[in-house]
Design a protein around this ligand. Structure first.
Ligand code: FES
Length: 453
């Protein structure tokens, strides 16, 4: 007897024989699931059963507790399928088994002598490598599972709202109450959001009950964040660093969102304009400065250290808090370049200093930093399928444009690029937008040219 095993978040389906463990079936089909002992003792292979029935097999009660079984978890190295089954595994790194193993081997070798490691964003893979090298390698950053708590947007924004920080009025709606909400969409478009999102993924605008029924994101938590769609707002982003004894703020920018030709996602991240942000009213920048310090202060009190970002939406001259990004961001590179040009500490060095426990420097007011400005436009692979993109050809096309200061290209024709993956970052001298949702000429034409090849 054979069953179908679907593995989320990959969405991949493999066959599993009656009596064969879920781990064995996955590995034989080339899908890597985290595991260690292979005998039900360590708990590394714990997965959530989203649908279907399993026989738990010979597990240790320490590796999988009774309440975890009641919550629908199982150990993939011991569990066998009794029906077709869907599981969700903690796969946050490259799922390709061979590449994963090769990277791990090289990283272990590189960190075998006195060294330090820090990442764009903490990951389970890097945490596990650094623990195995703890005697020789300093890990400069937060433990993945600690940092991950700060990525839970409803928890963070509820706590900040309780502190009086004005933000988008998100409501949290249980799956069971979706039908009531379908009626209320008649009052105007709504935004639906998953609890953990990044770069514009997991966000959708709905205007009819039918769209809501189709796009409602069913998740393990069984609730969805819902807010009215605020038309005409200007999206702002600002960086910061949490120190053991304070918070510093880094240059602000107008964030580029959902630009046609740069991304196919309606709310996808497309870059930052650090120049035109200084044309905004001073009171807006002061609001953003104050809001970022307050967010950083809350992060500090809750044990966060290092670089973070905050997004705001400026609506009718008021900056509303949108979300926190507890990590480096797409804007970090250009923000650091601007700070360095102005003789200020850049966000990367401040992150290192804060994680090493050094005292915070005196913060500068936001309206006095980043005035040199500049912008960057981030291009993503369009899809729908994977593609091979000639980075050199792309760079030569872009370099003909006026004001281009730098081009970083991530693709080569011998690499397969996933749809939505970052392809290139084009840094330019001045402003490219005032709204965040469209570009000035000639940048509109440039991205369309590039997108159409
Ligand atoms: S790998 Fe250790 S319990 Fe499954």
């Amino acid at each position: 007897m054979t069953y179908e095993l679907t593995i989320e978040p990959l969405g991949q389906t493999v066959e599993v024989e009656a009596g064969q463990t879920l781990l064995d079936a996955s590995l034989r089909a080339g899908v890597y699931l985290p595991h260690a002992c292979g005998h039900g003792l360590c708990g590394t292979c714990k997965v959530q059963v989203l649908d279907g029935e399993v026989d738990h097999g010979p597990i240790s009660s320490f590796a999988l507790m009774d309440f975890e079984i009641a919550e629908g978890m199982c150990l993939a190295c011991c569990a066998t399928a009794e029906t077709d089954i869907t599981i969700e595994a903690d796969i946050d790194d490259e799922p390709d088994h061979e590449a994963f193993a090769e990277f791990r081997e090289q990283a272990l070798r590189a960190l075998a002598r006195d060294s330090a490691a820090f990442t764009y964003r903490p990951s389970t893979l890097v945490s596990s490598i650094c623990f195995a090298r703890r005697d020789r390698c300093d890990y400069i950053g937060m433990f993945k599972d600690h940092q991950s708590a700060f990525e839970h947007k409803p928890w963070v924004e509820s706590a900040l709202s309780d502190r009086g920080i004005a933000g988008i009025p998100w409501k949290y709606v249980a799956d069971e109450e979706q039908l009531d909400l379908e009626r209320s969409v008649a009052g105007g478009p709504l935004m639906l959001r998953r609890s953990r999102t990044s770069g514009g993924t997991g966000l959708v605008k709905v205007t009819t009950p039918e769209e809501m029924a189709v796009h409602w994101p069913h998740e393990r938590e069984a609730f969805v964040s819902v807010a009215p769609y605020l038309d005409g707002g200007i999206p702002l982003n600002v960086g910061g660093v949490v120190w053991h004894d304070g918070v510093t703020v880094h240059p602000a920018s107008i964030q580029l969102i959902g630009i046609e030709g740069c991304t196919t996602r309606p709310f996808g991240y497309c870059g930052n304009d650090f120049s035109s942000v200084h044309d905004l009213d001073r009171s807006v920048l002061d609001d953003v400065d104050h809001g970022t310090h307050s967010v950083g202060q809350w992060l500090r009190e809750n044990g966060y250290r290092g670089s973070f970002g905050v997004d705001f939406l400026v609506v009718q001259g008021r900056a509303l808090f949108t979300e926190v990004n507890p990590r480096f961001q797409g804007s970090t590179h250009l923000s650091s370049e601007i700070s360095t040009r102005e003789g200020q500490g850049c966000i990367v060095l401040e992150h290192l200093a804060a994680c090493l426990g050094i005292d915070a420097p005196t913060p500068m007011p936001l309206r006095e930093i980043g005035r040199g400005g500049g912008s960057h436009i981030v291009l993503h692979a369009p899809g729908p399928g994977r593609s091979r993109i000639d980075g050199l050809d792309l760079a030569s096309k872009l370099s003909e444009r006026p004001d281009v200061r730098r081009i970083d290209v991530l693709t080569r024709p011998d690499l397969v690029t996933d749809p939505g993956a970052t392809v290139a970052r084009v840094t330019v001298a001045g402003s490219v937008t005032t709204t965040g949702f469209d570009l000035f000429s000639p940048w509109t034409e440039m991205v369309k040219d590039v997108a159409t090849g």
